[in-house]
Design a protein around this ligand. Structure first.
Ligand SMILES: [Zn+2]
Ligand SMILES: [Zn+2]
Length: 154
């Protein structure tokens, strides 16, 4: 495969494109089983609803295919292992999902980035629950501390 080293740059660019396509293949397959709720988990609106995975499917797929040594840079490559990926990530794909309205979805990614690091899944859930509590006008689980008796006067 002499040609490989000469086309490395081109191949890398191509791989990036194809990885995006690979995720799309996974989403297409898994979509039918997604349970999109009829309201935003945070504010309860029924408009502009989107699904948010607390585990970035893109990052999961890239990590997984690298670990397994799978080539997902082609349609054939990803289609051959797609079911296996979905099977091994059932919780991340189907359970660790929130229905959010577009503004709250955008807000979350503003805090955690476009593809949130996989280690932040728990933090994202806490963040979502905190926003939900705020919207409901409830007191967030964490009581303000060190305000002492002044708290009631502001
Ligand atoms: Zn919302
Ligand atoms: Zn999202």
């Amino acid at each position: 495969m002499e040609i490989k080293k000469f086309t490395l740059l081109g191949k890398m660019a191509k791989n990036t494109d194809n990885k995006r396509i690979a995720v799309k293949h996974v989403r297409d397959k898994a979509k039918s089983a997604y349970e999109k709720k009829d309201h935003c988990h945070i504010c309860g609106t029924g408009q502009d609803l989107e699904l948010h995975h607390t585990h970035s499917i893109t990052l999961l797929l890239n990590l997984w295919s690298q670990r397994k040594g799978y080539d997902i840079s082609t349609d054939t490559g990803i289609l051959a292992v797609r079911d296996e990926f979905i099977q091994e990530h059932h919780k991340e794909i189907y359970d660790d999902v929130y229905t959010l309205c577009n503004p709250h979805h955008v807000q979350l990614h503003g805090v955690y980035g476009k593809a949130p690091a996989l280690g932040t899944a728990q933090k994202q859930s806490s963040w979502i629950e905190k926003q939900r509590a705020k919207c409901a006008g409830e007191v967030a689980e964490k009581k303000p501390t060190n305000f002492g008796s002044f708290a009631k006067f502001y």
